[in-house]
Design a protein around this ligand. Structure first.
Ligand SMILES: NC(=O)c1ccc[n+]([C@@H]2O[C@H](COP(=O)([O-])OP(=O)(O)OC[C@H]3O[C@@H](n4cnc5c(N)ncnc54)[C@H](O)[C@@H]3O)[C@@H](O)[C@H]2O)c1
Ligand SMILES: [Zn+2]
Ligand SMILES: [Zn+2]
Length: 384
């Protein structure tokens, strides 16, 4: 089968690989019909995630058709079209029982923090991902969810990660009626978080990035206010000034460890690797939120950051909430939002690229060429 193959930082290609097989009676095999490239894949592509092995296949956002089921699988049958959440969860451990599906205790023997994730290095379990024609899906009765027949597949594929993550970012932010919400990052996650913030009753939504075409997009799509941090003397002062010097009620970090905008953070975090990435957006979020406010982090970070203003968290009485999204938990509600037209996620898709051209697809998304926001890959065997 054709699959994406990682050869080292900034080098990916499409190659022939063996088709996956059922390895455990709880597995199923899914023939991928659509997969996406995520901002999280860029951390892998740029060489920021430890133990990303040459020869691995990325891709944690995919939908497809069940083509084979293991002996124990009860809920799925061959021919079902399924949304596959990016988290791999056993459904039975103490954390899955609390619906912390992103923190499953069984699916990732390599770590005690995050559970298994498709195509996300050996630190997330070493599973092969969905930027391929076929994928082995463990715990098939837990994650995969049948796509309602009337749902557009492009909306369905964005329910594997983007929408649940953005929605959970707002949920963790505890947004209540009329809150001012400031979102750092206007990538797919920040854009969708701006959209979801209104569903929670936000009174004002402000997005900050420095890529003009993305700011323009979110201004129309969410719709919301959007500002370029390159045009500000001081980002924190800008937010304070915009909020009567109180600060935002809620700040969302939808940027993560490769943030730009602060030379010292970038030097120590991205060049000298003295901390695991640059904590610029997190720093801005902590300092821009009001006293007693909430900072919600969905941007991905490595384990340690030195330049995080932890004293301000204490002295301002800030609550920090963070996690990988637990996709399965909110999926039924989000399917409803999409089916009833309150969310139309496919509008953020700007590029549809055959899997054969995966190398170009990564370069376009990574370099923000051609006004790229979200890229969908189409495997050669997909017939829609
Ligand atoms: N927690 C989860 O479950 C989860 C799920 C999906 C993605 N993520 C993470 O969310 C983050 C965003 O994902 P994405 O797909 O939108 O990625 P993306 O790379 O497309 O978007 C990131 C955006 O942040 C902007 N940016 C850079 N520095 C900034 C700064 N200092 N302030 C404001 N904006 C800044 C970039 O210009 C870019 O537009 C990534 O870290 C990704 O790994 C987490
Ligand atoms: Zn993703
Ligand atoms: Zn579990």
């Amino acid at each position: 089968m054709l699959a994406m193959d990682y050869r080292g930082p900034y080098r990916v290609r499409a190659v022939q690989k063996p088709e996956p097989e059922i390895e455990h009676p709880d597995d199923c095999i899914v023939q991928v019909t659509r997969s996406c490239i995520c901002g999280s894949d860029l951390h892998l592509y740029h060489g920021f995630v430890p133990d990303t092995r040459v020869g691995s296949t990325f891709g944690h956002e995919f939908i497809g058709i069940v083509v084979e089921v293991g002996l124990n699988v009860q809920k799925l049958k061959v021919g079902d079209h399924v949304i596959v959440p990016f988290n791999i969860s056993c459904g039975k451990c103490a954390f899955c029982k609390q619906e912390l599906y992103g923190n499953c205790h069984e699916s990732n023997p390599e770590a005690t923090a995050v559970g298994g994730i498709f195509g996300y290095s050996h630190t997330a379990g070493g599973f092969l991902g969905g930027q391929a024609e076929y994928v082995r899906v463990p715990y098939a009765d837990v994650g995969p969810t049948v796509i309602p027949p009337e749902m557009d597949p492009e909306n369905a594929v964005l329910l594997t990660d983007v929408v649940p993550t953005a929605y959970q970012a707002c949920e963790m932010g505890g947004i209540v009626s009329r809150d001012t919400v400031v979102i750092f990052g206007a990538g797919p996650i920040g854009i969708m978080a701006a959209k979801c913030a209104w569903l929670f009753g936000a009174g004002r939504v402000i997005v900050i990035d420095n890529v003009d075409y993305r700011l323009e997009f979110v201004k129309n799509y969410a719709p919301c206010e959007a500002y370029n941090f390159d045009e500000m003397n001081d980002v924190v002062e800008f937010v304070k000034k915009a909020t009567d010097w109180f600060g935002a009620d809620v700040c969302i970090d939808a940027v993560g460890c490769e943030a730009n905008g602060d030379a010292w953070q970038s030097l120590t975090g991205k060049i000298l690797l003295l901390q695991s990435g640059s904590a610029t957006a997190l720093h801005w979020a902590i300092n821009s939120v009001k006293k007693g406010g909430i900072v919600s982090i969905v941007g991905v970070y490595g384990p340690t950051g030195n330049l995080v203003p932890i004293g301000n968290v204490v002295n301002k009485g800030i609550t920090i909430r963070a996690n990988q999204a637990s996709v399965k938990r909110n999926l039924p509600k989000l399917i409803e939002h999409v089916m009833e037209g309150r969310l139309n996620p496919k509008e953020i898709i700007t590029h549809r690229i055959p899997l054969e051209h995966v190398s170009d697809a990564y370069r376009i998304f990574s370099d923000k060429l051609d006004n790229c926001i979200k890229t969908v890959l189409i495997p050669p065997s997909s017939n829609y």
